[in-house]
Write a protein that binds this ligand. Structure first.
Ligand SMILES: Cc1ncc(COP(=O)(O)O)c(C=O)c1O
Length: 372
């Protein structure tokens, strides 16, 4: 089976992990956590950063430190990971989802202003699947309405938009280090900011809000979202080679694009649109003919030993929210289409040119078989 997203670690990553283990720094304290954080914030270009246990934890912390509470609203993408909505809901606030663009799959920026109300406190701008959202435009909207910008760059470590690193635009920004991300430490995440008043709060909320005078008399309700020194050890050398990682991802994406973009009824994103470069965190395929669903296509690929993954499920269609009678107003035709007709193909750092050639041959074969 060609795996959909196989991570790639080098010998020196593993050696660093072993030496850290031998030095007995196995929990969240330790020199590697500090080194990893310092390197990471320098790369992205933010003053402060704090590692956490996952990208989802990073979202929880980000919304907590802006003091999001009951009756507040947050604009979020409808087509994204569920953590985005859950982090808002857990604080008693209301996510207000926006449909995605049919072609770039990011939140549709021209729909945002219509959804802003007196209750809106923040906008969550997420870069989806490797194609940067035009975050400068969202920043302008935030300025106009005095809203906080939270940038979800979970899938974008090391990639740039208009010459600046993704994750450097938000008042707060977050990343993930799950095994399918550009830098992986198994699990993990990061919250970054240059705003001083957020900095200490980030550290406290990820660390149970320990008391300042009496350590175990906690001053607020926080979480244990700490990141371990062992995870940090695994990540340090990956930061050093991030540019190579980014080049490899772009190469994989371009190669698929060159082989598939001429096929009728198959849409694959361009490597570059209007000077915005795609890093292809994952290489997504959108079927433009309703004769063939993603589910059916994926099954056919599976029979040919090609592992794939379905696209995100839209927030407005989530079972989890139905269960609690949480409803989102509006129409979301693009995200609903994407969830039915979109899927992604093997595009991890270990995907070889032979794998890509084989997957593309299979796609051609299936298209011919079903004649669409
Ligand atoms: C855009 C986005 N944000 C946040 C997350 C959450 O990250 P994690 O899986 O580390 O919790 C993900 C996960 O893939 C994601 O794609």
């Amino acid at each position: 089976m060609i795996s959909v997203n196989k991570f790639k670690l080098k010998k020196r990553d593993k050696q660093k992990l072993i030496s850290t283990l031998n030095n007995n720094w196995i929990s969240s304290a330790g020199p590697e956590v500090t080194e990893f954080e310092n390197k990471f914030k320098k790369l992205i270009g933010k003053k402060y950063c704090s590692s956490v246990s996952s990208g989802s934890a990073a979202l929880d912390v980000a919304f907590k430190v802006i003091n999001l509470k009951k009756n507040d609203e947050v604009i979020i993408p409808n087509f994204t990971i569920i953590s985005s909505a859950i982090s808002v809901i857990k604080l008693g606030a209301k996510p207000v989802p926006i449909d995605c663009d049919f072609y770039n799959w990011n939140m549709k920026i021209n729909l945002i202003e219509k959804k802003i109300s007196k209750k809106t406190k923040a906008i969550l701008a997420t870069h989806i699947y490797g194609y940067p959202i035009e975050i400068d435009k969202i920043k302008k909207i935030c300025k106009k309405y005095k809203l906080i910008l939270i940038e979800d760059a979970a899938e974008m470590v090391g990639h740039k938009y208009q010459g600046k690193y993704c994750g450097s635009f938000g008042d707060l920004s977050i990343f993930s280090f799950y095994s399918n991300k550009h830098i992986t430490t198994g699990e993990g995440g990061m919250v970054l900011t240059s705003v001083k008043k957020f900095k200490d709060k980030i550290f406290d909320y990820k660390n149970l809000c320990f008391g300042k005078q009496n350590r175990f008399n906690h001053y607020d309700i926080g979480w244990n979202y700490r990141y371990t020194n062992l995870q940090a050890a695994l990540g340090i050398n990956q930061i050093n080679r991030i540019e190579k990682i980014i080049q490899k991802k772009k190469k994989i994406g371009k190669s698929y694009y060159n082989k598939l973009n001429k096929l009728s009824n198959i849409y694959i994103q361009k490597p570059k649109i209007k000077n915005i470069e795609n890093v292809y965190w994952v290489v997504g395929i959108l079927i433009l003919n309703k004769k063939m669903t993603a589910k059916k296509f994926r099954n056919e690929l599976k029979k040919n030993n090609v592992e794939t993954r379905s696209f995100f499920w839209p927030m407005n269609k989530q079972k989890a929210f139905n269960k609690y009678n949480i409803k989102f107003r509006g129409n979301f035709p693009n995200s609903e289409y994407l969830s039915k007709y979109g899927f992604y193909v093997p595009s991890g750092l270990n995907t070889s040119q032979n794998d890509i050639n084989y997957v593309c041959r299979c796609i051609n074969k299936i298209k011919k078989k079903y004649n669409f």
